[in-house]
Ligand binder design. Structure first.
Ligand code: PLP
Length: 436
């Protein structure tokens, strides 16, 4: 496909192949039924109707093949239908599907929690509360932070996204539409500009949130939904030191950035910062709903009944998640994320030098984004961003927006250089098709 790529026939099998202009007739029929019965509260990026997936690709119901640079929003770390994950899911399903882990015991949940605690940053012993989603992991972190410190206030950052339940939404400050008409939210939450520790000390601590009343500061090392903004140099270590000075817990939300995507297990590892609480989800269940709130064991002073759920630590999700973590290590996928991520960045940089409407890439590993801007003044251009994402879809490349006018690239950690070359080639055509 792309010049110079000598990918194997096997890898070429996954490249974009559009046979019917999407959405084709079968896709259109499903979308119109969907619109009648599925809530409109979620914003669908474009009318992709998936029939099956394999590796880095998905096929739609009209027989078109797409390269998936969304990984199901950072979930499918191993790509689609990884044979090992399919195998362990089937095996666990034959044993039992559900037995309410928070009420009883089973070994695969312990295996998964042990593995997760062993890779969480820091040397002190850890404990995990297992959840079904990112939002639920953040919600558990809010409750534990208040419980363990006995303090009421929380701090988060503008541009941050932590979920949509009322507690996690109180921390989220990414887009107004996410909060509109939902107030009042949880009391005691203040926000600071991302990267600005001085603001916290100068304004929040002195005027609205006395430090001795602050339970926790929530931060994403790379703001995800907010636009793939990487923490500026020194910010996370300074935040750690600030928390230490005032007995405040540092909560790292690694729901999008964690589990190998940036080339290390955790994005905070790039700064050597150890949080007190870590929120995890997305790829944790190997494609099934699973998450965790992991903390230092000594913080879990809460007792039986303080917090729980029905589905947390579902056995199939734990089996798939455990095998996913093993494969990330066995197959050197963090190294792949670093290597192929660097290649993606280089190719995006080249493309941006040829297209004045596209800014330079930013991010770490396989968590990269570019801004789409107005060439005449460099201001964000959300409409053109949507047109580019749509044009890429019509040419067989699945992308997602983030932030005001950015496009993010978050392919599976198994992605190869040739897939990146093919994706960049399609993106170039989509940029030209959008009027650049
Ligand atoms: N935190 C971060 C950083 C996220 O990216 C997301 C989802 O995108 C969430 C929390 C919420 O996770 P979920 O959608 O699984 O509830």
């Amino acid at each position: 496909m792309s010049k110079g790529w000598r990918g194997t026939a096997e890898a070429r099998r996954f490249l974009p192949d559009i046979r019917v202009a999407p959405p084709g007739p079968r896709a259109r029929a499903i979308v119109s039924r969907d619109h009648r019965v599925v809530s409109h509260a979620s914003a669908r990026a474009y009318p992709l109707v998936v029939e099956r997936g394999e590796g880095p690709s998905v096929w739609d119901v009209d027989g078109n093949r797409y390269l998936d640079f969304t990984a199901g929003v950072a979930v499918n770390a191993l790509g689609h239908a990884h044979p090992e994950i399919v195998r362990v899911v089937a095996q666990q399903a034959r044993n039992f599907l559900h037995m309410a882990g928070p009420d009883f015991y089973y070994d695969v949940m312990v295996d998964f929690a042990e593995k997760l605690c062993s890779i969480a940053p820091g040397r002190s012993p850890k404990m995990a509360f297992l959840t079904n989603s990112g939002t639920e992991s953040v919600e558990a972190a809010i409750k534990l932070a208040r419980f363990a410190t006995g303090r009421p206030f929380l701090i988060a950052f503008y541009g941050g996204f932590h979920g949509r339940s009322l507690g996690s939404l109180s921390l989220t400050a990414s887009k107004a539409v996410q909060r509109r008409h939902f107030g009042p939210l949880v009391a005691g939450v203040s926000h600071a500009p991302f990267g600005d520790v001085e603001f916290i000390e100068k304004y929040l601590f002195r005027k609205t949130a006395p430090p001795e009343d602050v339970a926790a500061i929530f931060v994403e090392a790379i703001q995800g939904e907010g636009g793939y903004h990487v923490a500026p140099k020194g910010f996370l270590p300074d935040l750690r030191a600030l928390c230490d000075r005032h007995g405040i817990l540092l909560v790292a939300d690694e729901i999008q950035s964690g589990l190998g995507r940036t080339g290390k297990w955790w994005a905070v590892d790039h700064w050597g910062v150890v949080p007190d609480i870590l929120c995890v989800s997305k790829p944790a269940g190997g494609g099934l709903p699973l998450g965790a709130m992991i903390s230092r064991a000594d913080l879990q002073t809460w007792g039986p009944g303080a917090h729980s759920n029905t589905f947390g630590g579902n056995p199939i999700a734990c089996a798939a998640g455990l095998r996913t973590l093993e494969i990330i290590l066995e197959d050197g996928l963090m190294e792949n994320a670093r290597r192929v991520g660097a290649h993606l960045r280089q190719r995006l940089r080249e493309l941006s030098s040829r297209h004045p409407c596209m800014g330079p890439p930013r991010g770490l590993g396989l968590m990269q984004a570019v801004d789409i801007v107005r060439p005449r003044d460099g201001r964000p251009d959300p409409e053109r961003r949507s047109r580019v994402v749509r044009a890429a879809f019509e040419r067989g490349l699945l992308l997602l927006g983030c932030g005001e006018a950015a496009i993010r690239f978050l392919p599976p950690l198994t992605i190869e250089r040739g897939h990146v070359d093919a994706a960049v080639e399609v993106l170039g055509k989509a940029l030209r098709g959008s009027g650049s």
